[in-house]
Design a protein around this ligand. Structure first.
Ligand SMILES: *[C@@H]1O[C@H](CO)[C@@H](O)[C@H](O)[C@H]1NC(C)=O
Length: 409
């Protein structure tokens, strides 16, 4: 018996007794929610996702398994939660790899989510084996050439465009574009005077400067404990990608701050509203889940997908939500980069062309941030972890500490 009941088999019987019997049979068979998985064809199953790409460094890496039957059709119901087994190990048999691989999460629709967390870097690489009964699934075993860095390995990709394409970052977020409309230029000198003057007694304000991919900050106000969120996100981001030098304020209070419509100053906030000018960071809940993902709490964004009972809103079932930790890092990078520069006119022209409009003109990159990001006297370095949990060799062919990312402009 496969997951799909073949309706043609049930001939229309004239006898009421027989049809009642058939109805009873159908009733009996539908009352077993887990269908027999004999129809699964291991080699026709599909496996895909960022967790198969060594360069997609995420706190928890993940990929998907789609069960496919011998006719080549996707299963749309769960074939049972223990259908697939996954083993992940180092390609180097002498390397002791610390790794956590929970069983695949049954998404209830014929697909599974496999997550794994590396606690150390696999320098030579990883071997991922997915099996159904004893047969190899799809193209298993998968060989992921190393180094496969773990979350706490401080090894930023120097070229942000390479990083963004590896991450397959989604196109520019409308919200970000809208938020930045009010700030064609950001004068750092003005920002440093105006923001503390107007907002330092309003609760929680954190002043950050990222210089040479190091994070510095000072706090203004009484309620700044939530800096642990922003610290952790910025540290995680700078371990993954080289962030341009940038200086900004984050409001960690739970209310947006900037209400001026003219001469507004840009403040990053966890929350926004239509009548304030704060630049909204990806939502607090997502931040929280991302942090828990970083810290290893099990009830994270990725694990909750298996718990479909709690997830019936469309956005929580969307691919966006699936990959939200990945999208989150993309958004954070974009946001910081938007503080520095405008969308280039070249990109705008390209978009107009794609929309069937011709645009002829000169193309520039326009700098939004004016002034040099500086470590304020009260700012301290927010250090990366420096213990055994962070130990790794950062191996990047092109890695140079002083590479100036803006050279290519
Ligand atoms: C089967 O599932 C995969 C993954 O979700 C999807 O890309 C593919 O289009 C599906 N195939 C069919 C025939 O629906």
């Amino acid at each position: 018996m496969a997951c799909y009941r073949n309706v043609d088999v049930v001939e229309p019987f004239p006898s009421g007794l027989i049809s009642r019997f058939v109805i009873l049979l159908v009733f009996l068979s539908t009352s077993f929610p887990v269908c027999d998985s004999e129809g699964i064809s291991p080699e026709r199953c599909l496996i895909w996702g960022p967790g198969l790409n060594p360069d997609t460094v995420l706190p928890v890496r993940y990929f998907f398994i789609q069960a496919v039957d011998s006719k080549g059709e996707n299963l749309t119901l769960s074939p049972g939660k223990d259908t697939f087994k996954v083993k992940i190990g180092s390609l180097d048999t002498n390397e002791y790899l610390r790794i956590h691989v929970p069983p695949p999460l049954d998404r209830g629709d014929g697909s599974f989510l496999l997550r794994y967390r590396l606690y150390s870097t696999a320098h030579k690489g990883l071997k991922i084996q997915v099996s159904y009964k004893d047969a190899a699934v799809a193209n298993s075993p998968y060989t992921i050439q190393g180094p496969v860095h773990h979350e706490y390995c401080d090894c930023p990709e120097p070229d942000a465009s390479v990083w963004q394409s590896v991450m397959q970052c989604p196109a520019d977020d409308r919200q970000i574009l809208d938020d930045f409309k009010s700030f064609p230029t950001i004068d750092l000198q003005h920002l440093r005077q105006e923001v503390p003057h107007r907002f330092s007694n309003r609760g929680g304000l954190i002043h950050y400067a990222i210089i040479n991919n190091h994070v510095y900050r000072r706090t203004l106000g009484k309620y700044t404990d939530f800096k642990m969120f922003s610290d952790e996100i910025l540290l995680s981001l700078t371990r993954k990608v080289r962030v341009p030098d940038v200086e900004f304020y984050i409001n960690v209070g739970d209310w947006p701050l900037e209400t001026k419509t003219s001469a507004a100053v840009p403040i990053l906030s966890w929350c926004g509203s239509t009548d304030t000018r704060d630049i909204v960071l990806p939502t607090y809940e997502v931040t929280h889940s991302t942090l828990e993902t970083l810290r290893g709490v099990t009830n994270d964004l990725l694990s909750v997908q298996g718990n479909t009972g709690n997830f019936d809103t469309p956005e929580q079932n969307s691919p966006q939500f699936m990959s939200s930790s990945l999208v989150y890092f993309c958004l954070c990078y974009k946001l910081l980069n938007f503080l520095i520069e405008y969308l280039s006119l070249k990109e705008i022209a390209l978009k107009l062309q794609l929309a069937g409009l011709n645009y002829v003109g000169m193309y520039f990159y326009t700098e939004r941030q004016t002034g040099q990001p500086t470590q304020h006297a009260d700012m301290e370095l927010v250090p990366q972890l420096d213990d055994h949990t962070a130990a790794c060799r950062c191996e990047r062919n092109s890695y140079k500490e002083e590479t100036d990312v803006k050279d290519e402009l």
